[in-house]
Design a protein around this ligand. Structure first.
Ligand code: CP
Length: 320
């Protein structure tokens, strides 16, 4: 029988609303495992998964690793600096050598857009994109959808504004595709220098002023200013950026309705978001991190051929 998600998870753009809902629904029963004293079930026992991270990561790498271990998979972590990539080995050669050791899945983060798809076309193992350049970060988009769905119930008609450095953000792209497929209304807000030229083609509303975006939106997904990807003068200064586009306590207090705040992390506190917002009562930022483990468990489980209707049963008794 064919897998309802296909062989790989590379992006949210090609997924249907039903496929996205399947992942979100499968994540629900997996949430409970992380609340147990013994956080381990046998659903992926015998599977071998390689986490291939060519860019730094805290949340994604560690939550994939937790998800794999909680499903009882065997895992290996590979970084560029600790592997033969640092001696000039190509991505495909690295992956083919890993496959020769009989692996089942590769979770890859890479600085080049399209790297995950490139690999998926060249190896038989399942490939999961953990962020490729400025293209997509599908599991981040999924955990953001789950966090919003937890709070609002239905995403249809929900108004979400993605704020800040959209140009360099794979998180923005996955959120836009995912939210729109589930019927949400999506806007972006940021300096024009940090919006893609083709932003209109994404079918989103564009706000130039954050206060207007906040009047419209029910939730803001605040993006990190990706200073490491900026080669030119995109903004006059960090202080100026915070003054014009920073999500501050004063701005939230001025809004005529309460807004929920998301941020994919890592945060530049005092730049795109102030600490009293990030740590305040409207912040869902740590809920996103918690949901990241359940989403990654669901993705791993489904791609390994797990039956969605059996996800509840797959939780089973804890491993001892
Ligand atoms: N959101 C996210 O991708 O964070 P990391 O870079 O820490 O994985």
């Amino acid at each position: 029988m064919t897998n309802p998600l296909g062989k790989d998870l590379l992006a949210l753009e090609p997924l249907s609303a039903d496929q996205i809902r399947l992942i979100l629904d499968t994540a629900e029963p997996f949430k409970e495992i992380s609340e147990r004293a013994i956080k381990k079930v046998p659903a992926l026992r015998g599977s071998t998964i390689v986490n291939l991270f060519f860019e730094p990561s805290t949340r994604t790498r560690i939550s994939f690793e937790f998800a794999e271990k909680r499903l009882s998979a065997d895992t290996v972590n590979v970084t560029a600096s600790g592997s033969s990539v640092s001696k000039g080995e190509t991505l495909v050669d690295t992956a083919r050598n890993l496959e020769a050791m009989r692996i089942d899945m590769v979770v890859i983060r890479h600085g080049a857009s399209g790297a995950a798809a490139f690999l998926a076309n060249r190896i038989e193992s399942t490939v999961i994109n953990a962020g490729d350049g400025t293209h997509e970060h599908p599991t981040q988009g999924l955990l953001d959808l789950l966090t919003l769905r937890d709070h609002f119930g239905d995403l249809a008609g929900l108004r979400v504004c993605i704020c800040g450095d959209v140009l360099h953000s794979r998180v923005a792209r996955s959120n836009i595709w995912g939210l729109k497929k589930l019927g949400a209304e999506v806007a972006v807000c940021g300096p024009r220098s940090l919006l893609p030229n083709a932003i209109a083609e994404f079918g989103v509303t564009v706000f130039d002023r954050l206060d207007e975006a906040m009047e419209w939106a029910q939730a803001l997904n605040v993006l990190r200013l990706q200073l490491e990807r900026m080669t030119g003068g995109y903004i006059p200064s960090l202080r100026e950026y915070n003054r014009v586009f920073g999500v501050t306590r004063e701005r939230l207090d001025r809004a005529t309705h309460p807004l929920l705040i998301l941020h994919p992390g890592p945060m530049n506190r005092g730049v795109e978001i102030d600490s009293d917002v990030a740590d305040g009562p409207h912040s869902l930022i740590l809920n996103q991190v918690t949901n990241g483990v359940a989403i990654r468990m669901a993705v791993l489980y489904l791609l390994a051929g797990g039956k969605p209707e059996l996800a509840e049963a797959a939780k089973g008794a804890p491993e001892r």
